[in-house]
Design a protein around this ligand. Sequence first.
Ligand code: MEV
Length: 283
Amino acid sequence: MTGFGRGKLILCGEHAVVYGFPALALAVDRGTTVTLESRPGPTEAIDSPIDDPRLPEALRLVLPEGLGVRITTDLPIGRGMGSSGALAVALVRAAAARLGESLDADTLWQRALLVERVFHGNPSGLDHAVSAHGGLVRYRRPTGGLPPKLEPLPTPVWNLVVLDSGLAGDTKAMVAGVAARRPGIDAHLTAIGDLVVTAESLLHDARALGDLLLENHRLLQAIGVSTPALDDLVGIAVGAGAYGAKLAGAGGGGVVLALVDDPAPVLVAARARGIHAFSCRIA
Ligand code: MEV
């Protein structure tokens, strides 16, 4: 039995989304597949690119005993592209498929949240919601046990290039770091939330949206989650003609997304510096 979960990129609004502000995010044409095999003994990963000591606990939370778990992915792990959210969705879908159970969106979200909490501590729930839903969406963290508010948005015409810093970021630590810097950074979190509202009205104006992404990156710097390597990647993308670029995800490592008309010049500029870069489609 198999299950699949897509990866994601946050166009704007990460970290502020943890505190109830909206974020714009998209599912990407990459993801994680989980295959379950019956076998005697405890449930464990028998083939996995995810080398994380928290994986056994995550498996225990959503799978019964007596299963071997194979995981394959074409997402970079721990780079802000929702690898754990994609894993969470793939695990829950595979477990349901094994029982012949049909899953509604809220049940899938609630079960996958158990896995996300293992990896992320206090997740907004965005990653696995976008993974399960697909497309470009506006997301707002639910309150009081309500289902998440996820609004599908029209697919835009621009393209995206992802530039990988080659370093993993620890989402749990980055989210905890932002929490520890409050209330001193609250004005920046509010500014990110305001920027997201403006960005939604400019989705089809790539130039204006690109400027907002740069402003979002500056605000992410101000809340302490960017790194010199990520700032350099933003500079490389913009120097090669991107409309705008920003770190995507929790930061501290991970990827930069660049909004482009033509991916080629940004890909060439990145690769000339030995940076792993690829174009990404909304899926
Ligand atoms: C992680 O992909 C995005 C953060 O906003 C955390 C979260 O939403 O749970 C940093």
